[in-house]
Design a protein around this ligand. Structure first.
Ligand SMILES: [Zn+2]
Ligand SMILES: [Zn+2]
Ligand SMILES: [Zn+2]
Length: 128
């Protein structure tokens, strides 16, 4: 028996899907641009930690040096904060992160796809 745990959050719509990406496609196709991936949200993912402990660059894995270097590295090497493009499709957004921003880390790509997603559900119920 097939599980379809991803129900459409739109009021009055009874579609449900086994995979979340199928739900996203349904939202985009049926309810018009319900989901967008915005590159502008990358800056919040890459904000340097307030503690001063600087980790390696999350996009390329290189060590930027210090907190200021990390911010400079993100904008000069990866054009973070300079882009602001929006995508209707997850795979297009991932391709863009790779080609335009030099992201190579799979964990980062996965997190970016989750965190940069914005739902436009005007008039609908908020998803659980
Ligand atoms: Zn629907
Ligand atoms: Zn980098
Ligand atoms: Zn971008």
């Amino acid at each position: 028996m097939e599980q379809r745990p991803h129900g459409c959050p739109r009021r009055g719509c009874e579609w449900s899907f086994a995979k979340h990406r199928d739900l996203e496609r349904h939202l985009n196709d049926t309810h018009e641009q319900a989901t967008l991936w915005s590159c502008a949200a990358l800056t919040s993912l890459l904000a340097p930690p307030a503690t001063g402990a600087v980790a390696a660059c999350r996009l390329c894995g290189e060590w930027p040096g210090g907190p200021l270097d990390a911010a400079a590295h993100a904008s000069t090497r990866h054009a973070v904060g300079l882009c602001g493009e929006e995508f209707k499709r997850r795979d297009r957004f991932r391709d863009h992160l790779r080609s335009a921003h030099g992201a190579v880390d799979e964990n980062f790509l996965r997190e970016a796809v989750e965190r940069c997603r914005t739902e436009h559900l005007a008039g609908g119920d908020a998803p659980g």
